[in-house]
Design a protein around this ligand. Structure first.
Ligand SMILES: NC(=O)CC[C@H](N)C(=O)O
Length: 198
């Protein structure tokens, strides 16, 4: 168990599944919904869900600026799917006015895999973790990364072959897919190691 407290942003999306994954590997995650709760965590998971809804709820809850600032100040963050979108500096196919916390110098394309493949599973080779099953649900992909961003996984078959689906820069980790929806907790372990080292 790490002595660091990991929060899960609990405004919208599959935050319960992330909390369960973290508990399964011996962590004691706390849900973060208000600014004072954010102050009590050393790291944050931003779940999958819907990035425009998350942006609006974060704004209403007066969480948008506080989270943005903690990310900019170097807090370790792990975002999945909508969480990845929230961490990206730029979005292609954003909703009108849609904003992100930012922090990762990447461009993501929302709903990139198209209607025909709204939801699918795909074997992924994840650098530093190994082979795993990627669960994609109306997922974004990473259209481009700036220098210094490490590409950890790409799609290896089908029409989207080569597309980037996992990245890391320093304390920021993001995946297009949902490790929290599987019983394989190695990506969460990877994040916990990152948090410990931070
Ligand atoms: N499963 C997900 O998180 C989907 C993300 C969603 N398509 C969005 O734009 O936010």
């Amino acid at each position: 168990m790490s002595d660091k407290t990991i929060g899960v942003l609990g405004l919208q999306g599959d935050f319960r599944e992330h909390a369960a994954s973290l508990k399964a590997i011996g962590q004691n995650p706390v849900l973060v919904r208000r600014p004072h709760e954010l102050e009590q965590v050393d790291a944050l998971v931003i779940p999958g869900g819907e990035s425009t809804a998350m942006w609006k709820l974060a704004t209403t809850a007066e969480m948008f600026e506080p989270v943005r600032k903690r990310v900019a100040d170097g807090m370790p963050v792990f975002g999945t799917c909508a969480g990845m979108i929230m961490m990206a500096d730029r979005i292609v196919d954003a909703a009108a006015g849609q904003q992100t916390f930012g922090g990762l110098p990447i461009t993501v394309r929302r709903n990139a895999f198209g209607r025909q493949t709204e939801s699918f599973e795909e074997p992924i080779a994840f650098d530093g973790v190994g082979e795993l099953t990627g669960v994609f649900i109306r997922a974004p992909w990473v259209e481009s990364v700036e220098e210094g961003v490490e590409v950890l996984a790409r799609v290896t078959s089908g029409p989207a072959t080569g597309r980037i689906v996992a990245v890391r820069q320093g304390n920021l980790l993001a995946t297009s897919f949902h490790p929290e929806l599987t019983t394989d907790h190695r990506v969460h372990e990877y994040f916990v190691d990152l948090v410990r080292a931070a």
